[in-house]
Design a protein around this ligand. Structure first.
Ligand SMILES: Nc1ncnc2c1ncn2[C@@H]1O[C@H](COP(=O)(O)OP(=O)(O)OP(=O)(O)O)[C@@H](O)[C@H]1O
Ligand SMILES: [Mg+2]
Length: 214
């Protein structure tokens, strides 16, 4: 039944949905590909999202970084938000401003509600956090005061996956970043599981070598 619903969405929608080659219940809708970034209007985005809402369990609006129009358009009609931050001061500062907009410039906020928010920290490097080169997860959570939904470690598996045109969750489901994304998804769906930071298993040789170098 799921696929017939999705086909219905594709047939009836005035939009250009593209079915993902691997995940048959995932459809993609590219935003404006023209140079004219003003091609998207607020009314247009609202009508597309409201149409897609009728046919899909989740409509995920990816947003450009920063607080420009693209970001405010993407967040405007959201029911909940996942704020993605690198553990770096500049990224955390950007997210802080986004949180302000989520609480002021969205339909939910204008209707007197409060946008449910989740924080995802990505490209996290335990060693660099320990030496103070990067913020620790607790610091990011303290600054932003948004509950953590997941911590994705920095990993070469992400680039490897991107080079073969796959999400890391499909290219290597046992890799630390894939596990982190899958766990975050389960939390988003309401499961109550503690947030862990999946790490590469280091070989005994690696551990000894690291110990000596330190
Ligand atoms: N966990 C990770 N480990 C290593 N590299 C990563 C990780 N996550 C993302 N990257 C790399 O960082 C770069 C940017 O990632 P991504 O496109 O997800 O970020 P973005 O903030 O959405 O960027 P944009 O603003 O361009 O949309 C990519 O080259 C990607 O391969
Ligand atoms: Mg992006």
């Amino acid at each position: 039944m799921i696929s017939s619903t999705l086909y219905a969405a594709k047939r009836r929608s005035s939009t250009a949905l593209v079915r993902d080659k691997k995940l048959h219940n995932l459809f993609l809708l590219p935003a404006s590909q023209t140079r004219d970034k003003d091609a998207l209007t607020e009314e247009g985005v609202a009508s597309v999202i409201n149409e897609l809402r009728m046919y899909f369990d989740w409509v995920i609006c990816d947003s450009p970084a920063g607080i420009e129009r693209g970001a405010t358009l993407a967040m405007r009609h959201a029911d909940e938000a996942i704020i993605v931050s690198n553990p770096e001061v500049s990224s955390v500062r950007d997210c802080d401003r986004i949180i302000g907009l989520l609480d002021a410039k969205t339909k939910v906020a204008e209707d007197g509600g409060r946008m449910p928010k989740h924080l995802m920290i990505t490209r996290y490097d335990t060693d660099r956090a320990k030496t103070g080169d990067m913020l620790a997860t607790d610091d990011v959570v303290d600054i932003l005061s948004v509950p953590l939904i997941g911590v994705v470690p920095e990993s070469k598996d992400v680039l490897k996956a991107s080079n073969v045109g796959l999400p890391v969750t499909l290219s290597d489901e046992n890799s630390p970043p894939a596990k982190a994304y899958m766990e975050a998804t389960r939390r988003l769906l309401g499961e109550n599981i503690p947030v862990t930071i999946p790490e590469e298993k280091k070989s005994l040789f690696g551990k000894l070598f690291k110990g000596r170098a330190a």
